[in-house]
Design a protein around this ligand. Structure first.
Ligand SMILES: [Zn+2]
Length: 73
């Protein structure tokens, strides 16, 4: 996560981080799952844990633009 790139919108500096989800008392990192979101009666969304990839998000310090990656695990 020590990558630093220029913002594609304004050429400002991009810094790495994660999108934090504050769930039921536990903070987690947003994860990417292939395919459309399918609702689940009990879980909110159907989740296929084996297919989840933690995401890394870069934020422009000048304009706030966010760029997310789900790198290979
Ligand atoms: Zn920018």
């Amino acid at each position: 996560m020590v990558r630093s790139t220029d913002c594609p919108k304004c050429q400002g500096k991009m810094t790495g981080g994660v999108i934090v989800d504050n769930g039921y008392g536990a903070a987690t990192i947003s994860q990417w799952q292939p395919g459309p979101a399918i609702r689940s009666r009990w879980l909110g969304l159907k989740i296929r844990k084996k297919e989840l990839i933690p995401t890394v998000t870069y934020r422009c310090t000048r304009c706030g633009f966010l760029e997310s990656y789900a790198p290979p695990v």
